[in-house]
Design a protein around this ligand. Structure first.
Ligand code: C2E
Ligand code: MG
Ligand code: MG
Length: 744
């Protein structure tokens, strides 16, 4: 403004000078006009200046606003990093007043660990450097901030323009997001489950390490491909259709699927597929997560095998058989077809098992099952029902002819000897046959009838078959029931022992005790040994029962001994079947050792009929037992028509005169003569005598007079419980007095 004024005054002065020299008045008026024009020009310039000034100030305001409210924090730093000026954004970011920032180093807002980063940036030669670092807000408890710091060097700094312009962007949320992503991707990469991600068009865009490991395909190999490269061919197209339908409808699918590895091997996996939607809720990706369940599958198959197949023969077991039978019956009922059941029981298998051992027995069972299977059609089922019992289901037969033909074939198949560990054995089978629907409408009926028929076959001399006839007698069924119940009783350990004391007829003291088996049937009550021992013999159960008796008797004897009671000797009865077990002596020794029983207090009772048929074996076995210290009794002597010369060669300690002879003494002269003869012979052979079945005083008297050593019978004591024996022994009743103890 001053310059303009000066310019105008100068012009005016010039004009005045000129007018002084040029006196022309016209000139003066020109001059005035000129002056006026200049004045106007000057005023116009003044307005422009004012406008420019207004624009400038508006722009400055705008800049200052933008500067202070920019989302990015700005500041200027001097060469030592001290803040010279800053925008409000930085104040807000750090929660400080401007005055708390200006004049202080920027570094004081950094955690100590990040200071070297800042210093490093300052020392760079580059005109522009950037780095991420952390800032601490001045606000108590505020989380640490993650920022991107850009430094721009000022080219030629003068005084207060500073050395660095700094731009600081808050990237905390971005940082968090990145961290989250990093963790999630590490999780996906490290999980044991395979992950497969496809786009909606079905092309694979990602697989994780577990996928690569499980399938054998690398990420590069599968990216862009369709997952159907994994198809195993094990599923029908409807399986995949159902799967996709579920994914489209519910957004996810879960299930077991078989896939193929790169090496061609197929394997089961447990797969779950879910849809990832985009912002507009349209499917964008499908994520499949799966685990290889080969091991579970193997386990499942093993368990299935254990549950449904027999471990020895690999044949279906009872469980699976019942299942198949149920299905076959339902099927046959619908289609009006006939079925046949063949119940096979090996004859005297128990002998082989007991004498040759279980592993040889198993070999035999395997061979038998092989021979059976070789004679059946694919559609038939053969199962091992347990022990030496097999069951065959013939489906869709026309009549009796079919099943009898198969039964014949099977008997034929058993006829050849079995080669077991280099030796040959013969075994036969008894087969019972029943039909559906002729012999029953339900599985249980036809099985029961096949079972009855099988017993019929056994009754007919074994190694044969028997077709169930409705007439199969009740006796057979009763026998069968009893057998089942006995098996049950053995398993449940519900048999019992009673003891019958023997008395020394010379001094009237108790001299021994015989253990006698007792079975109290839960429904039928007391069943005499004469009724169930033959069944136990027939089925071979007697072997286990016999050892149970021995163990129990030993333990009882020791218990009495501990109670200070001297029972002399305890004897047990050995059934012919058990006596023939080749390992009898060892088993007995084991039990004696196990219980701690002295063999000198033990006796075994066998009948003549058990000892005679295998005479040499009997001699050997009895001698071995006697050598151990066990006393040998011949039970029921006189009934077996044994030749005396043979008897002489058996190592016998005691003869028990059968009660049928005692019963009629002293009246019947024949029996008196026999009893006398037996006693005389025994004396000559130095064998003790026990008379059985003494029921009357006269009998006792007669026997004593004849020099009989000892007696056993209801008159002296009935078979009683162990507790009762204890009581009787404590009482030590007078010789020949009836105890009145109740029968067992
Ligand atoms: P046993 O070995 O001859 O046993 C004697 C049998 O005669 C017993 O019958 C006994 O109760 C009975 N008795 C004893 N005194 C008299 C009497 O004065 N009058 C009459 N009428 N009978 C008397 P129980 O207990 O019924 O046993 C019968 C058979 O069963 C036994 O005959 C024996 O052969 C067999 N037995 C019993 N327990 C066992 C056992 O643990 N194993 C084996 N294998 N057989 C056994
Ligand atoms: Mg006996
Ligand atoms: Mg007897």
């Amino acid at each position: 403004m001053d310059t303009l004024r000066k310019l105008a005054e100068q012009r005016l002065r010039q004009a005045l000078d000129r007018s002084r020299s040029e006196t022309d008045t016209r000139d003066v008026s020109y001059l005035l006009h000129d002056l006026r024009v200049h004045q106007i020009e000057l005023e116009m310039q003044n307005d422009e200046l004012r406008n420019t000034q207004a624009v400038l100030s508006a722009s400055r305001d705008r800049f200052s606003h933008l500067y202070n409210f920019s989302p990015v924090s700005y500041c200027t730093l001097d060469q030592r990093g001290i803040v010279i000026e800053c925008n409000l954004t930085l104040c807000r970011l750090l929660n400080r007043e401007r005055s708390e920032l200006i004049g202080y180093p920027l570094g004081r807002n950094l955690p100590a660990e990040d200071l070297p980063i800042l210093q490093d940036m300052f020392s760079q030669r580059d005109p522009a450097v950037e780095n991420t670092l952390r800032l601490r807000s001045h606000h108590e408890g505020a989380p640490i901030l993650h920022v991107l710091l850009k430094l721009q060097r000022v080219e030629k700094p003068i005084e207060d323009t500073g050395h660095w312009r700094a731009a600081i962007s808050d990237i905390t949320s971005l940082h968090q997001l990145t961290e989250e992503l990093r963790i999630k991707s590490a999780a996906i990469e490290n999980t044991l489950e395979g992950v497969l991600i496809t786009r909606v068009d079905g092309t694979i865009c990602f697989v994780n390490a577990a996928f690569e490991k499980t399938t054998g395909y690398s990420l590069q190999k599968v990216v862009g491909k369709n997952p159907n490269i994994l198809h195993s061919g094990k599923h029908t197209s409807s399986f995949y259709q159902d799967m996709w339908q579920a994914i489209t409808h519910n957004g996810h699918w879960r299930g077991e699927i078989w896939n193929r590895r790169a090496n061609g091997e197929i394997y089961p996996e447990w797969m779950s597929i879910s849809t990832v939607f985009d912002a507009s809720k349209k499917p964008a990706y499908y994520v499949g997560v799966f685990s290889d369940i080969t091991t579970e599958e193997n386990m499942r198959q093993r368990l299935h095998k254990l549950a449904y197949y027999d471990g020895v023969t690999d044949l279906p077991n009872r469980h699976l058989f019942m299942d198949r039978l149920g299905q076959a019956i339902a099927d046959a009922r619908r289609n009006h077809r006939k079925l046949a059941l063949l119940f096979i029981d090996l004859d005297r298998f128990k002998n082989i098992n007991d004498t040759l051992g279980h592993s040889t027995g198993d070999l035999l069972l395997i061979e038998v099952s092989r021979r059976i299977a070789a004679n059946l059609r694919e559609v038939d089922t053969v199962a091992r029902m347990g022990g030496d019992e097999f069951m065959i289901l013939l489906s869709n037969i026309t009549g009796d002819k079919d099943s009898l033909l198969i039964a014949n074939k099977l008997l034929g198949a058993m006829a050849d000897p079995f080669d077991l560990e280099g030796r040959q054995y013969h075994i036969s089978a008894s087969i019972g046959i029943s039909h559906f629907p002729a012999d029953g409408a339900e599985a249980e009926d036809i099985i029961r009838h096949a079972d009855i028929a099988m017993y019929q076959a056994k009754a007919q001399g074994r190694n044969t078959y028997y077709r169930y006839t409705g007439a199969a007698d009740e006796k057979q069924t009763a026998h069968l029931d009893l057998e089942n119940d006995l098996r049950h009783a053995v398993r449940l350990n519900s048999l019992d022992l009673h003891y019958q004391l023997q008395k020394n007829l010379t001094d009237g003291r108790w001299s021994g005790v015989e253990a006698l088996l007792r079975w109290h049937h839960p429904e039928r009550g007391f069943i005499p040994p004469a009724d169930f021992i033959p069944i136990a013999e027939e089925t071979g159960l007697i072997v286990d029962i016999g050892y149970w008796v021995l163990r129990r008797a030993c333990k009882q004897f020791l218990a009495w001994q501990r109670d200070g009671l001297d029972v002399g000797r305890i004897s047990i009865n050995l059934s012919p079947h058990q006596f023939l077990q080749s390992n009898l002596v060892e088993r007995m020794r084991e039990i004696l050792d196990e219980t701690g029983m002295s063999p000198h207090h033990l006796g075994v009772e066998i009948t003549e009929s058990a000892a005679m048929p295998n005479f040499l074996y009997s001699v050997r076995t009895l001698e071995a037992l006697r050598e151990m210290g066990v006393a040998i009794y011949i039970d029921d002597f006189g009934t077996g028509f044994s030749s005396l010369s043979h008897l002489r060669r058996l190592p016998i300690d005691i003869l028990k005169i059968d009660r049928s002879f005692v019963a009629d003494t002293p009246g019947q002269s024949d029996d008196v003569a026999i009893v006398r003869a037996i006693i005389a012979m025994a004396r000559a052979m130095n064998i003790e005598i026990v008379a059985e079945g003494i029921e009357a005083d006269e009998q006792l008297e007669f026997l004593r007079q004849e020099g009989c050593h000892a007696g056993q019978g209801y008159l002296l004591s009935r078979p009683v419980s162990a507790v009762e024996v204890t009581r009787l022994m404590r009482e030590l009743p007078a010789e020949g007095t009836s105890t009145g103890a109740s029968n067992g």
